[in-house]
Design a protein around this ligand. Structure first.
Ligand code: MN
Ligand code: MN
Length: 291
């Protein structure tokens, strides 16, 4: 069960209203790397997890992400508090109100449609979607995805910190950013606490293909590094000679039964092209200069 504590996980101190900044901060409220996406990702993984240690960790972090959602949403609400009241009470002259909504951002969507409350959208107004949650129900896959998600959240917070000089907001965002670093560490430890965590799943790779590096982009700029050369790697540069990589002829085929084969042949015959024909077409008839 969930219980709500009225205190925030981190105190929100906003110096002054700023609807345009509020819009940008929505990226971490309802965006792909935002707190709702993080909370739902770990909550659903936690419900499906059978390992008691990982289940406990996922539900702890999911619940903390909901607390972050509360913090970032509260910052947005404070930044919009003035405009929300002005809009509701229509106390300003129309032109001044219009100016305050549209000054320097796309916060008019937030203001007109959402009344200045924190909206579950990203910073461009795109509604939150469960498609942001990319779990696959396999711990070594999902933990890797969680590690990447935490590093994305970290970098988005860093960018948001760089665009505001409000010290209270900077401090709050730095706290949220730092917690994503801590979550990344937990997920990394949990991944490596699984013995044989690479490759994912149970089936081994086919040995002769597992250490190949295929140099398919050739020419000036070809480089070597630990990602394609050294003891671990067998590198293929001569593609003409080595492809297809199996002992087949590199074509695609399928066994059809007699009925299908007959119809397929009819279709090919009916639609075949005649390379010797050069018919006059509509493009020729209507051709003007430059055609
Ligand atoms: Mn978070
Ligand atoms: Mn996190």
């Amino acid at each position: 069960m969930f219980m709500h504590n009225k205190r925030l996980q981190y105190t929100v101190r906003v110096s002054e209203p700023n609807p345009a900044l509020a819009s940008l901060l929505l990226e971490q409220f309802g965006g792909p790397d935002g707190e709702l996406a993080a909370a739902m990702r770990y909550f659903t993984q936690g419900l499906g997890e059978v390992d008691p240690g990982r289940k406990d960790m996922l539900l702890d972090i999911a619940t903390e992400e909901l607390s972050h959602l509360e913090v970032i949403g509260s910052i947005v609400a404070m930044l919009n508090k003035g405009v929300k009241a002005q809009l509701a009470e229509a106390a300003m002259e129309e032109a001044d109100l219009y100016m305050s909504l549209t000054a320097g951002g796309n916060s008019h969507t937030q203001s007109i449609l959402y009344g200045g409350g924190p909206a579950l959208t990203n910073s461009s107004g795109v509604p939150w979607t469960a498609a942001y949650v990319d779990s696959r129900g396999e711990p070594t896959v999902d933990l890797r995805s969680n590690i990447a998600a935490e590093s994305r959240a970290k970098i988005v917070y860093e960018r948001l910190i760089n665009i505001t000089d409000d010290p209270g907001i900077k401090e709050g965002l730095a706290f949220l950013m730092t917690r994503e670093i801590a979550h990344q560490k937990s997920f990394e430890k949990a991944l490596y606490a699984i013995e044989n965590n690479f490759p994912s799943g149970k089936l081994p790779g086919i040995e002769k293909y597992a250490n190949l590096y295929v140099n398919t982009s050739q020419g000036d700029g070809d480089m070597t590094g630990p990602w394609n050369s050294g003891e671990q790697w067998e590198r293929i540069d001569d593609l003409e000679k080595t492809m297809p990589i199996d002992d087949g002829d590199g074509t695609a085929s399928v066994q059809l039964d007699k009925a299908d084969a007959g119809v397929a042949e009819k279709l090919a015959l009916r639609t075949r092209s005649d390379p010797k024909s050069d018919p006059t077409t509509g493009a020729d008839l209507g051709a003007g200069p430059g055609a």
